[in-house]
Design a protein. Structure first.
Length: 343
């Protein structure tokens, strides 16, 4: 390889690196701006100085309760769940080499939802029990899907089809539970199923906060192997990747993030589905879009929540707004894949 070729390769790499850094920086700025907007906006609009004063622990008349007790937990819930859904969705889509292979489609969130609705409708359980059941339900469902799909050799197509089948079954269970539920339990279940930041409490977010802090660096360590899995089973193995071990670690990390996020806010529609493809388009090739996908997830959740609160005469949960945004993209993606002959 001559010096000119090496120089052109290095220049192209520098261009891609600058694109990655610039894109990630813009996403961080947008995330900070939305976090500030979440703290400032409401029935009463507080200036930045009052918000900062409350965050520093000072007592500001009116702002202390509104910002510290209501808006701060809501903002943190959106920040953490958006990041978890974005990262989890990106891991699934990249690992399974299919944009449709996100937790909403293959049954992971349906498992969490079914467990939570059962606790609300049948057991009349507390919020803590509902959150724990949601996490356990998501994990059990994912393990069932994974081991059913594994067979003699792992198959991406088999995993997606089994996941869609289990999702349909669990959605039928949810529908049945809603039919037999008592009238006073239904609003709670419906609010949970729609995905909402309303009533977010700091104490419910600590497990998710710990999971984000632990699993994000771990997923970053596995990011190179994750990108290799996108090349296919045989190519990944030839490059020295233990595909079964790597896939299991990635699935456990991603599912725990998604299940814990679902336990906090409910299944916010399409965030895990949209974040990865958007991040990949913005970042380009040669660099992992893991962190940008998490930031896109945060931006989607916080922006959708602000739209749901202030853009209409009535207030809508964040999951309703993300569903409106995500459904047309899903239709577009299905049409595009069908034209290519991939399904």
């Amino acid at each position: 390889m001559n010096s000119e070729t090496m120089t052109s390769i290095m220049k192209a790499r520098q261009v891609r690196k600058r694109r990655f850094v610039l894109t990630t920086s813009i996403l961080i700025v947008m995330t900070i701006a939305l976090c500030v907007a979440m703290l400032m906006l409401g029935n009463t609009i507080y200036p930045v100085k009052d918000v900062l004063s409350v965050l520093l622990g000072n007592d500001v008349k009116g702002a202390t309760f509104a910002v510290g007790t209501i808006r701060l937990p809501r903002m943190l819930a959106g920040l953490l769940t958006g990041f978890a859904f974005g990262v989890g969705g990106y891991v699934f889509q990249t690992m399974l080499r299919n944009p449709l292979a996100n937790p909403n489609v293959i049954g992971v969130t349906a498992g969490s939802s079914a467990a939570a609705v059962f606790c609300i409708i049948v057991l009349h359980a507390s919020n803590t029990v509902v959150s724990i059941a949601s996490v356990v339900g998501g994990l059990v469902t994912t393990l069932c899907i994974y081991f059913l799909a594994k067979g003699a050799s792992f198959s991406i197509g088999r995993l997606i089809l089994i996941g869609i089948g289990i999702q349909a079954m669990l959605n039928a269970v949810i529908s049945y539970l809603m039919l037999i539920g008592k009238t006073h339990d239904l609003p709670t279940a419906l609010r949970w199923l729609s995905g909402s930041l309303n009533g977010a409490k700091m104490e419910t977010m600590y497990p998710l906060m710990i999971a984000v802090v632990i699993f994000t660096p771990l997923l970053m360590m596995f990011s190179k192997r994750l990108e290799m899995l996108e090349l296919g089973e045989e190519m990944s193995s030839s490059l020295g990747v233990d595909t079964n071990k790597t896939r299991l670690v990635l699935i456990i990390c991603a599912v725990l993030l998604i299940a814990l996020a679902t336990a906090v806010t409910g299944p916010i529609a399409f965030v895990a589905f949209l974040a990865g493809p958007i991040a990949k388009r913005l970042v380009g090739s040669n660099f992992s879009a893991l962190i940008p996908a998490g930031l896109i997830g945060v931006i989607l959740v916080l922006a959708a929540d602000l739209i749901g609160q202030f853009a209409f005469t009535a207030r809508y949960p964040v999951g309703v707004v993300t569903g409106i945004i995500g459904a047309p993209y899903l239709i577009y993606l299905l049409i595009r894949i069908n034209r290519k002959g991939d399904i």
